[in-house]
Design a binder for this molecule. Sequence first.
Ligand code: GLC
Length: 751
Amino acid sequence: MRLPCLLLPCAAFLLAVTALRAQPTSEAEIEIAVEKLLSQMTLAEKLGQMSQRHYNTKSLTNPADSASAVRNGQVGSFLNPDSAETVNQLQKIAVEESRLKIPLIFGIDVIHGYRTLFPIPLGQSCSWNPELIEAAGRVAAIEASSAGIRWTFAPMLDITRDARWGRIAETLGEDPVLTSRLGAAMVRGFQGKNLTAPDSIAACAKHYVGYGAAEGGRDYNTTLIPEAELRNIYLPSFHAAKEAGVQTYMSAFNDLNGVPASGNVFTLRQVLQKEWGFDGFVVSDWESVKEMIVHGAAADLHDAARLGINAGVDMEMVSTSYRDHSEALLREGAISPAMIDDSVRRILRVKFRLGLFDNPYTDTTRPSPLLTEESLRVARELATQSIVLLKNEKFLLPLSPDSTKTVAVIGPLADSATDMRGCWSCRGEANECRTVYSVFKDYVGPKGKVLYSPGLKHGSSTDTAEIAAAVKTARKADVVILCVGEPHELSGEARCRAFLDLPGAQDPLISAIAATGKPIVLVVFGGRPLTFAKAAALSQAILYAWHPGTMAGPAICDLLYGRANPSGKLTVTFPRTVGQIPLYYNHKNTGRPVPIDPKAAQTPLGTAEDPKGYYSQYLDLPQAPAYPFGYGLSYTTFTYSDLKIETPDANGVIAATASIANTGARDGVEIVQLYTRQLVGTLTRPVKELKDFQRIALKAGEKRTVHFTLPKQSLGYYDNTGRFLLEPGKFHLWIAPNSAEGEPLEFMLTQ
Ligand code: GLC
């Protein structure tokens, strides 16, 4: 369309102005813009960009102080702002009143949802569904960005083998491959297809690295991880995040082999920057730079700043050692100007990538995206797929409104909305969480009846006064839905437990209900694997529900009444007792493994056969877990057959197939798992390693051949010098329903 001649100059002017303001879009343009801005910055402004403050009108930071700090360029980021209005107020000062008008970046812990809460990540991981987890991340980003948040401190990609550690709730399970796949999905969900979009938020791979290996399962504790283990188990999920385009990392609290993760040149400079080529920025965990003094790695804040900056921690969260000591450190030559510039460059780069220079403000006029129908649909679907059916004797489940007229919903977590949120519930409100009891009446049908009794005042209560009333309620019912487990406050950061039992007087409650002889469906909530053998023996069916979030009630009841068929499978090994920890499926064989002999597990304790022989085992407990990694039941049944392996092709790709049949009367989804084992290696190798998985939907009676292709690279591993080894030799391969079942086939890797 040709413009009338008088309009041409105006259009040219507008284009020029836009071009001046236009957000650099290509990486090359961003680099130019970063360098240009960096060259204009004073040291104080650079240190401001490297400083993140906690925004809290009540305590840590008052608004006036924040405003002046922003105006003077002394802060580049805030965490935990309370609203989009606060964000816009501070942003306005930054981009209109500060000297260089560099926008702020606001972050918060969107761990499993912003306002719509999804299951805790450990629960989500049991869906083994990267697409659905990505969709949940997208919902969380849309909700969070509407409040001015453009950065989340998630996904948490730590691996742990210790259920005593409260933060196991935030992990995606014990396996590196699964955590890598699901963590990358979360990164994609948060960051979206276009980082500059106003509803994209930068993700943050945390806690880099090794934090989950805390000795004794005690949070913040020492970690000792040989380089091979670090590279084979703890680093892969963080590398997968980098491959997925994650824009930030968070350095962890723990000391790793004697060097705090927030001052660790090897993991940050050598691995993350040099080997992986990461070009975003690293933020410290909350005062983890300052805590290097407490670790005994730094003499004082001056020293702590030196360690953090030297190691490549680019932004300091909350503590102010960078702001207060960098000038002196530069004068001493203890850090270099190039280090400061590199950190600031990384921070500016991410801010440009997010489009903050062009769109610093949050549009508060658009309709609220919180708790929309779509958000709740995704939350319900993910909660449903996260819940694991552990037992279903005589097919007690699914319930039928015809056969179970009166249902007693009992237990301290049956109607405790706040406990459905789990740890790190961000802006999720308890009163928006739907509990089992609150929705149950929608399922029992017109002739049905729902009775309710909490049995205990609270999940951790030891007061048994209300158990009698619960027993009375149970006696009137055809079936009891018994909702027990961990209240949310026993899970999460610094919430470590020496015992994994059901808290309070839950066991006496369960025993009293079982004494009525009524069939029990046990619904267990928790942020970790719990040990509940007695309760399990007294129950005919068991659903492990984790902390399922906003749509807890509908998801659980959909499963109880068969509107959905359970498909979840465990992503963490459940010990029989805490004494077995660490207990995980991809363990080494040792020189004296317990004989795979069912009888051995049945040897009565303390009898003539005890001790059972010279094996790596306990005298007083069978070695097997309560429930193995990858385990989960369905309302239908699946069989595996015809496992075949084709010899590696010219490119070393191994093709494996198996036939999976749905031999039951209901459609269902089966999570098919592929494991391998390298029989002999320069280093001893795990007895089994997950290499791939597929979720397949099969109609009742349907049979399908499932195909896997395994690049031979995936059979390699690192040794303790950081060398990658791909060793010819004998391998076993399983295609199985979980880590404890199935027979392997053997194949040779020749070169
Ligand atoms: C906490 C956590 C970390 C979180 C940060 C900000 O201490 O360790 O996961 O992102 O502080 O809330």
